[in-house]
Design a protein around this ligand. Structure first.
Ligand code: ADP
Ligand code: MG
Length: 264
């Protein structure tokens, strides 16, 4: 097993100045520094999580149900506010922003892919893909958009409505929508959870291709060790902490790691 313990950063020394010096040289897509999330009622869903997602990498987040995966994603994506610590997207600290600026940062820098695709049923595939740009009042870069549509295999489907496509095709369209504004990071929450094995493999291949071919950064939450094995790095959570970080993980070692946590 190629297990490596999580690098534990000294968050005490992680002041604004040292962070600015750091970002001037090199800005990770996502950075969490000692992030804690305690829900009203006292559940500590995240317990001083520190991690870095480098640009152009594919990161998987695994862990038993209730270990904090969704909370981690929501705090890292600016959908929810940590109760402690600091979270950065593309070098911008989320906690320092009011709601309007947080929404703006998400719109500009974050793409989302959901298990259930979440395409707008009344819109064509083309309009679904272009929707984030329309909402932001931005003009599409035609060359980028047509390259992206080709890459996800949607060229012949642009005039269709979502209901006319298979699950795998809908997820491909949703992935194009997530990438259309060239976000610093795409968060995918169980993107293959509703797909059959073969289609799931194709969608994972597409995510891998977007990282390798376009330098996109992807953070994917998944229960599936085979899916997580496509990532460059897998972080395994338990009780609100990242307990293992595996580089170039195999499905077998991930399955073993998660099973050992579930039976502990
Ligand atoms: P996972 O996605 O790994 O299943 P979650 O991040 O959803 O885990 O949940 C982590 C812990 O936080 C769980 O104990 C869960 O019950 C709790 N939790 C999640 N969301 C809320 C909430 N809105 N209010 C209170 N507790 C919550
Ligand atoms: Mg969850």
């Amino acid at each position: 097993m190629r297990l490596s313990r999580t690098r534990n950063r000294n968050t005490q020394n992680h002041d604004a100045k040292s962070h600015d010096t750091l970002t001037a040289r090199h800005t990770p897509a996502v950075e969490l520094a000692g992030v804690t999330k305690t829900y009203p009622g006292g559940v500590r869903a995240l317990d001083e999580v520190s991690l870095t997602v480098e640009r152009g990498t594919f990161v998987a987040v695994m862990g038993p149900s209730g270990s904090g995966k969704s909370t981690l994603m929501h705090c890292a994506a600016g959908l929810d506010s940590p109760t402690g610590g600091r979270a950065f997207i593309d070098g911008t600290e989320i906690g320092g922003l009011d709601e309007a600026h947080r929404t703006e940062l998400r719109r500009r820098s974050v793409g989302f892919v959901f298990q259930s695709y979440n395409l707008v049923p009344s819109l064509t595939i083309e309009d679904n893909i272009l929707l984030p740009l329309r909402l932001a009042g931005e003009k599409p870069d035609r060359a980028w958009v047509s390259g992206l549509i080709e890459r996800v295999g949607m060229t012949g489907r642009l005039a269709h409505r979502p209901a006319e496509l298979s699950g795998g095709q809908q997820q491909r369209a949703a992935i194009a929508r997530a990438l259309v504004s060239r976000p610093a990071v795409v968060f995918a929450d169980e993107p293959t959870g509703a797909l059959d094995l073969k289609t799931a493999r194709e969608v994972l291949g597409l995510l891998r291709d977007l990282v390798d071919g376009l330098g996109q950064t992807v953070v994917m939450v998944t229960h599936d060790p085979a899916a997580a094995a496509r990532a460059d790095l897998a972080m395994v959570m338990a009780d609100g902490r990242v307990v293992e970080t595996l580089k170039a993980p195999t499905a077998a070692e991930l399955a073993q790691c998660v099973t050992s946590l579930e039976t502990e």
